[in-house]
Design a protein around this ligand. Structure first.
Ligand code: SAM
Length: 286
């Protein structure tokens, strides 16, 4: 079935009485070049199980199922299930979970579905939860080799910015802490039905196998990063002391130990400086 053919898609949707939900970020891919590229660049290959988040009518799901050993997909909208029964009828290696990805036990899902296989995530993410989904995948240390996702172009720019540059944010620090990130290709708004008001881009995150910090250190590090970046234009001393309730003197001391001046700002620090600063601050305040 040609799931990028507008006529075919319209026919299926109208036969099932389906109307798009803006709230669920439903913009389906109709450009035939995109899904094969995401699948190929996202580890959909023999020996892999691929987790997809948000199937829509299954246009990416089908490309993943053609290439990977198994596909498990989480889709919140039950109205899509009868459509997927039809569009994915040719595949016996796909399982759909009608759940909210934010509430789903993804570790269990991967263990049950992909036992013995290497694992990867591929998705055209619902844009209203891009950051929460990525943070969920990274923070829970999901055992996957790559996370290849389509996001809004602006989100891609932030995610792929250099830590310490003006474009970076707490999410930039997080993805760089947990692994490496790069942009694969841009996608114009005309590639979707209905067309959104923004362009998109596909990025790939490769989580590092080993954590850089212990669990307790990591928890403190992200408190510092989240707190500090919520007042990013302020000096680290002002932002961190007001957000975390730590004295300015303690922050100044931590900055000194890290080799930074008293007027340093969190948004200008490199990842290594942020980690060293947070470690020093933790030691001083413990
Ligand atoms: N993969 C399809 C494509 O590329 O055409 C659909 C992508 S569409 C941008 C996002 C999909 O995510 C929609 O099908 C939507 O119903 C689903 N979705 C939205 N929120 C979700 C959630 N919390 N959990 C699981 N799926 C969700």
């Amino acid at each position: 079935m040609e799931l990028t053919n507008i006529g075919t898609v319209r026919e299926i949707l109208s036969r099932h009485g389906f109307s798009f939900s803006k709230g669920l970020g439903q913009n389906f891919i109709i450009n035939p070049d995109i899904c094969p590229k995401i699948a190929e660049m996202g580890n959909a290959a023999p020996g892999f199980g691929v987790l997809e988040i948000g199937t829509g009518i299954g246009v990416l799901t089908a490309e993943l199922a053609k290439r990977a050993d198994r596909v498990a997909a989480v889709e919140i909208d039950s109205r899509l299930l009868p459509i997927l029964d039809e569009t994915l009828a040719d595949f016996n290696n796909v399982k759909i979970y009608n759940e909210d990805v934010m509430k789903c036990d993804l570790h269990r899902l991967i263990a049950e579905e992909f036992g013995g296989l290497r694992a990867a995530v591929c998705a055209n993410l619902p844009y209203y939860i891009t950051s929460p989904v990525l943070m969920l995948l990274l923070e829970s240390r999901l055992p996957v080799e790559s996370i290849t996702v389509m996001v809004q172009k602006e989100a891609a720019q932030r995610l792929c910015a250099k830590v310490g540059s003006r474009e970076s944010g707490a999410i930039t620090v997080a993805v760089n802490y947990y692994g490496t990130v790069r942009q694969l290709f841009g996608v114009s708004r005309g590639s979707f039905m209905p067309a959104p008001n923004v362009d998109s881009a596909v990025i790939r995150i490769d989580p590092s196998p080993e954590p850089r910090l212990s669990e307790a250190e990591e928890k403190f590090f992200f408190r510092v990063v989240r707190g500090g970046f919520s007042q990013r234009r302020k000096t680290a001393a002002n932002a961190v002391s007001s957000q975390l309730g730590i004295t300015k003197e303690a922050v100044y001391e931590a900055l000194r130990v890290t080799g930074l001046g008293e007027s340093a700002r969190l948004e200008q620090m490199t990842l290594d400086e942020l980690i060293a600063f947070s470690a020093a601050l933790r030691k001083i305040t413990m």
